[in-house]
Ligand binder design. Structure first.
Ligand SMILES: Nc1ncnc2c1ncn2[C@@H]1O[C@H](COP(=O)(O)OP(=O)(O)OP(=O)(O)O)[C@@H](O)[C@H]1O
Ligand SMILES: [Mg+2]
Length: 329
């Protein structure tokens, strides 16, 4: 679609080690539109972070995008040189990670760090102007007494304030897309909501597209427009949050949603997902969720089901999804 800021088309990412090559992202196709937030959810190890790192060109050693396209504003980042990619990182695409200290330098003052973003990305050579802009962006992320705190170091701030500083550094470059991988997991509940609300406010002001990775389905329900559910490297279901949570179609989504009180009304017998996902590199025949699925049949074994459309903007990769009418009963 025209206002897709990010579009992944059949993204396949592999990590090679001495023993084997493991396909950690297996044909992911999702889009994030301007001014919209896509929530990416799924069990630990399903490939959410490696999807993000593929987009950023920051895969761990041995990792590579094996096929597919990573379209950012229509330009394919897959296979782009590190030198060209680094132009996009920061400027076009901002990142916010679970531990803000990974993006902050403990030895530099906050003012110097945020100022550096304005120097590097906007070419602002005047130190006074950089400080002025740093204060403005700190005020935007609601850091109290911003001007007085320019000379403070990261360790002098609380975890929630540090995450605000990381967000300030991200938005200082005015990115079109923010990738936030569990940005609030390390924070306590009230601070979490404030940070997510802050991201939402920034998005409203600037039209930023956001890819939000989280385990918190309440946060998805409240702050995301669309949701993509990942299982064993694949997107098993996606669509508008309200519709997916009210009437989940993939048996895995049904289990995920049922495990969270008050998001949807799901019969109690479906409320847990037994078993474990496949181990990385374990060979799986057919649908990877079938061994854990109450609806599985012989039809699930021949091939992993491809996503298919079940309603406008909704797709599910299952040969026997909960039909929308059935799930609503
Ligand atoms: N450096 C690495 N080398 C080999 N395999 C890796 C590496 N990093 C991750 N993996 C494997 O890739 C799979 C996907 O990992 P990823 O970190 O993307 O999961 P995730 O969905 O982000 O999980 P979590 O919710 O725990 O953050 C996992 O099975 C993991 O074991
Ligand atoms: Mg992760």
């Amino acid at each position: 679609m025209a206002d897709d800021v990010l579009r992944l088309e059949n993204l396949v990412t592999e990590i090679a080690s001495d023993q084997a090559t493991v396909r950690v992202v297996d044909g992911v196709s999702v889009s994030v539109r301007r001014g919209r937030t896509l929530g990416l959810v799924g069990e630990s190890g399903s490939g959410k972070s490696l999807t993000c790192l593929s987009i950023l060109g920051l895969l761990p050693a041995g990792g590579r995008v094996a096929s597919g396209r990573i379209l950012f504003r229509g330009e394919d980042l897959a296979g782009m040189s590190q030198r060209n990619l680094s132009r996009y990182r920061g400027t076009g695409i901002g990142t916010i990670l679970q531990d803000p200290m990974t993006s902050l330098n403990p030895l530099l003052t906050i003012g110097d760090q945020i100022g550096e973003v304005f120097r590097y990305h906007h070419g602002i050579s005047s130190a006074a102007e950089r400080r002025r802009r740093a204060v403005a962006v700190m005020e935007q992320v609601r850091i109290p007494a911003a001007a007085e705190r320019l000379n403070a170091y990261p360790h002098q701030f609380s975890g929630g304030m540090r995450q605000r500083i990381a967000i300030a550094m991200s938005i200082a470059a005015d990115p079109g897309l923010i990738i936030a991988d569990e940005p609030t997991t390390a924070l306590d509940v009230t601070i979490r909501l404030q940070i997510l609300q802050l991201l939402r406010d920034i998005q409203r002001e600037r039209g930023t597209a956001i890819l939000l990775v989280t385990h918190d389905l309440h946060a998805v329900a409240r702050f995301c427009d669309d949701v993509a559910v990942m299982y064993a490297g694949r997107i098993v279901e996606q669509g508008p949050v309200a519709e997916v949570f009210a009437r989940p179609a993939h048996p895995y989504t049904v289990g995920l949603v049922a495990a969270v009180p008050r998001i949807a009304v799901i019969p109690e017998r479906l409320a847990t997902i037994p078993g474990q996902p496949p181990r990385p590199g374990e060979s799986v025949q057919g649908c990877a969720f079938a061994p854990r699925c109450a609806r599985a049949s012989a039809g699930c074994l021949p091939a992993s089901p491809a996503p298919r459309s079940i309603a406008p903007g909704r797709s599910v990769a299952c040969i026997a999804p909960h039909l929308l009418a059935e799930a609503a009963e």
